[in-house]
Design a protein around this ligand. Structure first.
Ligand SMILES: [Zn+2]
Length: 388
């Protein structure tokens, strides 16, 4: 069953018949399926690693309207995988760069740009006019927001995620199968699962997973019934293996279960533990410029680089002692509690965990977190160092 109703279908032009000939030859798609693609409105959340192949293949396939939501600008470090953007697009809004590529590939596509973050305030407004949402986000708060908005609006949510060499994909469609919350009722504690910007990702991986999402979107539109509803596809690009898990609808799911407790969009930052807990002891921070000034004044400060050896091979922090995060508690005696200690990582996230871990282990010295990590040092103090 296609989710595009009959009354929205329009005839194909001769140009369209030529362009989509290889689809028209497939009985599973055919003229009827191609008309449904033409009538379909698909919203892509994110035009990054997953959004890039999604946007390109859906545009090529003749999806009539593509909405693209992204608040980011293109950075050089995106280009290793986000193939919808080009080197000359660096510093441009991602939605503008994506629109140009989509229009270049297929001028028949209507592109709607949303140069904004998806939030609890705007999600319903943006999503409500679309038939399908494809989630290409890279963070838990947006993923839960997309899920909840789709469940509450009754839209299918074509999900994908990637990390390092591993990806997953599914189709969440409340009423026909489980939702994201049925699979993951609560998010992991903040920082426990590193993001791709900290943990890395093989460039082709989002290409593979995003293309799987695009295939699922197309099948929902043309009426394929062998899709990923109720199945979680797991892919490992290093071992080149696919596995799959059967997903059951959870009747106790707080949003799509029998007695739901969530009836509207919530505060997802808070839900994901990203808001500061006022009861918790605040962590002292130091900026790169402040640290430079204190070091220049001759003050004795200990610098601890909490990154892994393979990351230190990218760029070293001058005069820092290397103790990877996982070894800190065991090597606590190597840190002198009588002088101030600054903890360093790539972007100032893992170093917060280093400080928390040492606090729990009973370390009594003063600890400071280098704000925005080594990248801030390279940006503000020593411009000869690379940012990564
Ligand atoms: Zn659910």
């Amino acid at each position: 069953m296609s989710i595009i109703p009959e009354e929205r279908l329009n005839d194909l032009t001769n140009d369209e018949i030529g362009r989509y000939s290889r689809h028209l030859l497939l009985p599973e798609i055919g003229v009827d399926g191609q008309k449904r693609l033409k009538a379909a409105k698909v919203l892509l959340i994110g035009t990054g690693g997953l959004g890039a192949p999604l946007a390109l293949y859906l545009a090529a396939a003749g999806v009539g309207t593509l909405g693209i939501v992204d608040f980011d600008v293109v950075e050089a470090s995106n280009l290793q995988r986000q193939i919808i953007h080009s080197t000359r697009d660096i510093d441009r809004p991602k939605v503008a760069s994506a629109r140009d590529k989509i229009k270049g590939l297929n001028p028949n596509v209507t592109v709607k740009e949303y140069n904004t973050a998806l939030t609890s305030e705007n999600a319903f407004d943006i999503i409500k006019d679309y038939d399908i949402v494809a989630d290409g986000t890279d963070n838990y708060q947006t993923r839960y927001l997309v899920n909840d908005a789709c469940v509450l609006l009754g839209k299918p949510n074509v999900y994908g995620s990637v990390f390092q060499f591993e990806g997953q994909a599914s189709v969440f469609y409340a009423g026909k199968g489980p939702c994201y919350r049925c699979l993951y009722p609560s998010p992991p504690p903040p920082g426990l699962v590193p993001s791709c910007s900290e943990g890395g990702v093989m460039g082709v991986l989002p290409g593979i997973v995003g293309t799987i999402q695009a295939a699922e979107v197309i099948k929902l539109i043309v009426g394929g019934d062998k899709g990923l509803i109720g199945r979680l596809l797991l892919f490992d690009a290093w071992t080149m293996k696919f596995r799959e898990l059967k997903l059951a609808h959870d009747e106790n799911c707080p949003i799509c279960g029998k007695n739901p407790t969530i009836h509207e969009l919530i505060d997802y930052e808070q839900f994901c533990g990203l808001k500061k807990n006022t009861a918790e002891k605040p962590i002292e921070t130091i900026t790169a410029l402040e640290l430079k000034a204190r070091l220049d004044s001759g003050e004795k400060i200990q610098l601890i680089d909490t990154r892994e050896p393979h990351e230190r091979a990218i760029v070293k922090f001058p005069n820092a002692k290397a103790i990877p995060l996982g070894q800190l508690e065991r090597r606590i005696d190597e840190i002198d509690p009588t002088i101030d200690t600054v903890f360093i990582c790539k972007i100032g996230q893992r170093s917060i965990f280093a400080i928390k871990a040492l606090e729990e282990a009973g370390y009594k010295g003063r600890m400071l977190n280098l704000q925005d990590g080594l990248n801030a040092w390279a940006r503000d103090v020593d411009k000869s160092l690379p940012q990564y």
